[in-house]
Each structure stands twice: as C-alpha cells, then as structure tokens.
Design a protein. Structure first.
Length: 100
C-alpha cells in the first residue's frame, strides 16, 4: 500500500537548509524509491500549535517499508545532521491507498 511522509518544518535559515539538507535529502528520497508530491513554504495553520508559516513536504513511497528503509538508513542519518540548528521538524508517516 502506498505510504506518505508528511513533514512540517520551521526553518531558521532557508538558504542553508535548501543548499545543504534539501539537496542531499532529495537525492536520497529518489534513490530509496520515493518522490515528492509537494514542497512549499508558508503554510497557513488553521488549528494546532505547529505549522503556521511552516514549510511543508509530502513524499510518496511504494509502501511503508520503503519509507522506513530511507528514514532508518545510515545515509539519511548523516544527511539529517545537516538540518541541526536550522530547522525544527515534525514528521509523520501514513499508509493509504491512492485516491483516484
């Protein structure tokens, strides 16, 4: 079943985030079989404490196992360090069928 990784990020230094973490993570997402569905800044928070003004990223994966293989990989552990001190993230993973 298709899986989606949903990320809300409060980014302190957007240029550094995109040039470092963003570029490296994108290469790994593709390598592990994921693809981006949405990448955008300036989310409007309608409810809850996290998300107003956040950058949002949604990636689609063949299944939960593929997303977790990416997330738990040693390669991504190294890439994740590139966002230390410049972004606070909330990350969710959910399986769901594609809606036609």
């Amino acid at each position: 079943m298709t899986a989606y990784m949903v990320v809300a990020a409060q980014i302190a230094d957007r240029d550094a985030f995109i040039a470092g973490y963003g570029a490296a993570a994108a290469a790994l997402v593709a390598r592990f079989g994921g693809q981006y569905v949405l990448r955008g800044a300036g989310a409007l928070g309608l409810e809850g404490d996290f998300g107003d003004g956040a950058s949002m990223v949604i990636s689609e994966w063949p299944d939960k196992a593929a997303a977790l293989a990416f997330w738990n990989s040693p390669e991504y552990a190294e890439v994740r360090k590139l966002r230390d001190g410049i972004a606070e993230c909330q990350v969710l993973l959910i399986e769901a069928p594609k809606i036609a």
